[in-house]
Design a binder for this molecule. Structure first.
Ligand code: FES
Length: 145
């Protein structure tokens, strides 16, 4: 029995949306303190829609596959919909991840949320802080102008 689904292997071997966006409207970077992996997601927003999205993941194969799938799932979607993307939905789309690799998919969910929060912050768009429980202002001195 294969440990990883065909979908995971496909997105790991041929990840979609890899790279950066120089003119990104929002950038989200998150890391997993235990494994040390880092994921960075760039979004371009037009009329409330995620017009483009790229990622750079310095991490394991499951994290790369999760980033690839997650970016595919939010591309062309309204921001509000992207905010609702859960790691569970990413795992389902990947046709499963081993239990000890589920945390890798959480990074994708968090990185997208961080990028959207950055977009809101840059544009002075008001939001309910409860929408971003993962990101405590006091923890992240991003030093942005
Ligand atoms: Fe670190 Fe997968 S082991 S994100």
């Amino acid at each position: 029995m294969a440990l990883y689904s065909e979908k995971v292997m496909d997105h790991f071997r041929n990840p979609r949306n890899v790279g950066t966006l120089d003119d990104a409207d929002g950038v989200g970077e998150v890391g997993n303190a235990r494994c040390g992996d880092i994921m960075k997601i760039y979004i371009k927003v037009k009329d409330g829609i995620i017009a483009d999205v790229k990622f750079n993941t310095f991490g394991c194969g499951s994290a790369i596959a999760s980033s690839s799938m997650a970016t595919e799932m939010i591309k062309g979607k309204p921001i509000t919909e992207a905010l609702e993307l859960t790691n569970k939905a990413v795992v389902e789309a990947l046709e499963g991840l081993p239990a000890h690799k589920l945390h890798c998919s959480v990074l994708a969910e968090q990185a997208i949320r961080a990028a959207i929060k950055d977009y809101y912050d840059r544009n002075g768009i008001a939001y309910d802080k409860d929408m971003f429980p993962d990101f405590d202002e006091d923890d992240h001195g991003e030093g942005e102008e």
